[in-house]
Design a binder for this molecule. Sequence first.
Ligand SMILES: Cc1ncc(C[n+]2csc(CCOP(=O)(O)OP(=O)(O)O)c2C)c(N)n1
Ligand SMILES: [Mg+2]
Length: 322
Amino acid sequence: MESTLDKRQMTEFYKRMLLIRRFEEACGRLYMQGKVRGFLHLYIGEEAIAVGAISALQPDDYVIGHYRDHGHALAKGMDPKVAMAELCGKSTGSSGGKGGSMHLFDSARNFMGGHAIVGGQMPIAAGLALASKYKKEDRVTVCFFGDGAVNQGEFHETLNLASVWKLPILFLLENNLYGMGTHVDRSRAGGRHIYEAANAYDIPGVQIDGMDVLGVNECVSEAVKSIRKGKGPRFVEAMCYRYRGHSMADPTMYRERNEAQELGIKDPIDSLKKFMVQFNVASEEEFTEIDSAVEAQISDAVQFAEDSPAPGMDAVHTNVYA
Ligand SMILES: Cc1ncc(C[n+]2csc(CCOP(=O)(O)OP(=O)(O)O)c2C)c(N)n1
Ligand SMILES: [Mg+2]
């Protein structure tokens, strides 16, 4: 872990990652209490990717991703209160409580969802990037997706057109080694170096450590700079690890309990903290203060969600397009 970033930026990364971690833990608790219903896919362990990548963007840039979306939404600036209310199905949520965990959306911050169909966000991402190019807007689209999405037709169709049309788009693969309970080695030829697939479409691809927020930020900053210059799409494969099951309903019987240890997985939040303490960027006391502030922010979000009203009956016929 090396970096030329300053204290303010590193502290911001730490805060954001911790906010996501604590948010996810609170979601897990609310789910167990029956207050969050439906599917719930936690992003715990992968925080460095959302935070490192999205911190390299401008507010006008688009972010779009899959159903494991809380981390991306929070990193793009969505208010944790609004996100938590959405998860609890409340009218104060980002989609008025009608979207839930998999469909967070914040168009004011250019966070374009939260998509439940594996790979379904990819052609939409290309559409966003095409619109920006057509309208000559200085905007980059970052499309997040998982290792399970790369075996979908949309992945190949999107990479092809994005390259042919030189779209301002970054494909950001979060390779957490699993698509539900299936290890990537069993579902994908060359599953540990998927980035090479981008070369087939003339898109430069790299593989990075997705557990290192500073490394992610540096790599994405460079890629986005090139995309902004009109040099066409880029592809980043961030290797990471999903600490929890695929969803809350998954008891993870298909992998050994000590797999993360065996793989030498380093926690992204602990690693950054150790780095900052070692190089005197921040003291233990400063971290204690940040930790309490984040805890307070999360309890406020939970309280807000619990106190908010459910959508009224008048909402039954709104946002229905068929
Ligand atoms: C088209 C489609 N097929 C199957 C599913 C069921 N499904 C939901 S998540 C998932 C696994 C995707 O794994 P990955 O892309 O690696 O993302 P991760 O959950 O690891 O973040 C599958 C198969 C779906 N939602 N959409
Ligand atoms: Mg996966």
